[in-house]
Design a protein around this ligand. Structure first.
Ligand code: KG4
Ligand code: ZN
Length: 339
């Protein structure tokens, strides 16, 4: 079964062809650089850029897979969560293609797909129940998975997402958006003991990163400063030390929760997804806390936003005749979009 995946929930436009839910025949991603000078994604610009690029991106994707639209059996499109204008562009483009080519179409939850990316690339059979960890620019959440398509939310951030806080601290340090990878590079040369930053440890499984972000801001500008006070020019060593100390505290916020979740939910494996899953410090820290429980990460191209994960999960849901199970809102949108 060949599935065409379409993704446009934020600032990446992506198309992919996936065979039997697992084998990627093509995976084309176009990242919008128009947002860099604004220090974050401008929703209206994002929607317009998706609209402009989808047709040529689709041609390239079909060409790379060496197929035509008529060879496709299913279209899978991310329909929630994300920027509403950007999602609408993808969903309407998919609906047009599906009705013109008389193909089935399925909506996919973008956050669920980030976990599925990890499952898709696993080289051995994944045992369930599993813990799913999503660490992206917009979401940070922990899921109990009884199968690759059955999820239950067990904890999430109460404020910023992990990627979002990496991007904000990157801005404090003078890096361009998105700055997560630049923080990782600077941290490599820094001393993670140079600053003592707080890792929040809320009761239960929820997470919080806003206190950490403020602590970094105060370390740079002085106590009781705010975002309006100008940022001082930082010496290279100080930047590296701040990045390393921040990265350590940010990753600990998550990793300290993992052993008790594995124990309390009898998890037999851990699947990680989302852009921050690219971070090698986080990968090592997770490996340490997971002990002998197998840990799965997607390859770098499948960590950040892509359409292969949408096509993969879409195929699986279609074959299982399942609708999204993550949130009532997802189910509601599913019913609305395809009615
Ligand atoms: O999953 P993703 O592509 O988009 C969302 O669904 O939000 O994740 C993008 C996020 C950005 O915040 C980016 O800074 C972060 O992932 N990121 C990283 C790294 N690579 C990407 N954060 C830390 N270390 C990295 N190496
Ligand atoms: Zn994402």
């Amino acid at each position: 079964m060949l599935t065409l995946g379409l993704e446009s929930s934020c600032d990446e436009t992506a198309c992919a062809i996936v065979k039997s839910g697992k084998h990627i025949l093509s995976n084309v991603i176009s990242s919008q650089d128009i947002h860099t000078s604004y220090g974050g994604v401008v929703p209206e610009l994002a929607s317009r850029a998706h609209l402009a690029i989808f047709p040529s991106l689709l041609s390239e994707t079909l060409q790379q897979a060496n197929i035509t639209l008529s060879d496709i059996q299913l279209l899978a499109v991310s329909n929630t969560p994300g920027l509403i204008g950007s999602l609408s562009v993808g969903v309407n483009f998919a609906r047009g293609l599906a009705s013109g080519a008389k193909k089935n179409i399925i909506g996919v939850n973008h956050v669920e797909a980030h976990i599925y990316a990890s499952f898709m690339e696993a080289h051995q059979e994944v045992s369930f129940p599993a813990l799913g960890i999503v660490v992206s620019g917009a979401h940070t959440a922990l899921f109990y998975l009884s199968s690759p398509t059955s999820y239950r939310l067990i904890g999430k951030t109460r404020d910023d997402a992990l990627g979002e806080v990496f991007d904000k601290v990157a801005r404090f340090l003078g890096f361009s958006y998105p700055g997560g990878a630049q923080i990782e590079s600077a941290a490599f040369y820094g001393n993670s003991e140079a600053y003592t930053f707080p890792s929040s440890n809320l009761p239960g499984y929820d997470l919080s990163f806003s206190g950490l972000k403020t602590a970094v801001l105060y370390a740079i500008k002085g106590n009781n400063s705010n975002l309006k006070t100008p940022f001082p020019i930082l010496h290279e060593t100080m930047k590296n030390d701040l990045a390393a100390s921040f990265q350590k505290a940010a990753c600990l916020t998550i990793t300290q929760k993992i052993p008790s979740i594995i124990k309390n939910f009898s998890c037999k494996s851990v699947l990680v997804g989302g852009g921050v899953a690219n971070n090698r410090y986080l990968r090592r820290a997770l490996l340490q806390v997971c002990d002998d429980v197998p840990l799965y990460f997607p390859s770098p191209r499948l960590c950040t936003d892509n359409a292969a994960m949408i096509a993969g999960l879409g195929t699986q849901l279609f074959l299982e005749k399942k609708i999204n199970t993550l949130t009532p809102r997802a189910r509601h949108q599913w019913e609305n979009i395809f009615s």
